[in-house]
Design a protein around this ligand. Structure first.
Ligand code: COA
Length: 193
């Protein structure tokens, strides 16, 4: 369970990407249903296959946007004009024994990758988790299939803490390892510098 989101009044925030594109970053609202589904439909099937949720399902998108509970999941989207170009979520745990750790999940539109957007959104969620006083953030990534995400996470300071062999079955039916990455949140400067 996440506590109240700190500085929520600071949104929307405008950010400038490395290619000089300007995007706006703000929490998801229940008006975003259609544009969120359109966003996920633009994500290649190969990427979508390994995500934790069936993001191509209109029912799933309906459920998320209708039942926004920021204390459970805090979703930030990035928009270019009226089009969603990235979605990043911070997932808390309801169990008191696990409530000091939150998980980050992130997807960026292929046309907006490798210009700093994914890293910026990860840092935004790390800032929020840090301000909430959480101990650590985690990511779960498929070793041979989510390579960009592994590079991005490790370049921010996430480190591999466990590997679960054969936890994932890939699109060809072969087993792949799931990597658990973690970053401790005490030192805010560590993910900005
Ligand atoms: C992972 C993902 C979110 C990265 O988004 P992005 O906007 O391209 O990330 P950035 O441009 O901010 O890059 C962050 C860092 O990773 C590096 N990086 C990202 N993609 C890379 C690639 N394909 N090859 C090499 N390096 C890469 C960047 O160089 C950058 O490093 P730096 O900060 O040292 O310069 C994006 O590739 C994606 O949506 N992938 C599919 C979904 C996914 O796998 N999500 C993870 C599951 S939760």
């Amino acid at each position: 369970m996440l506590k109240t989101i700190p500085n929520i009044e600071a949104y929307p925030k405008t950010i400038l990407l490395r290619d000089d594109t300007q995007v706006e970053m703000r929490p998801l609202t229940n008006d975003d249903k259609t544009r969120l589904l359109e966003f996920f439909m633009r994500i290649p099937e190969d990427d979508r296959f390994y995500l934790r949720e069936n993001v191509a399902s209109p029912e799933a998108i309906h459920e998320w946007t209708e039942n926004l509970r920021f204390e459970r999941v805090f979703p930030i989207i990035a928009l270019a004009g009226d089009t969603i170009v990235a979605d990043a979520t911070l997932h808390g745990s309801r169990a008191p024994a696990r409530s000091h750790v939150a998980e980050i999940r992130i997807v960026v539109d292929p046309d907006f990758r490798q210009v700093g957007l994914g890293g910026r959104l990860m840092r935004e969620l790390l800032d929020i988790a840090h301000e909430m006083g959480l101990y650590a953030a985690t990511m779960e990534l498929v070793e041979e299939r989510e390579i960009s995400a592994l590079i991005a996470a490790e370049s921010i300071g996430f480190r591999r803490v466990a590997t679960l062999p054969n936890r994932i079955k890939d699109t060809w039916g072969s087993y792949q390892s799931l990597v658990l990455l973690e970053i401790e949140l005490e030192d805010h400067d560590s993910w900005w510098f």
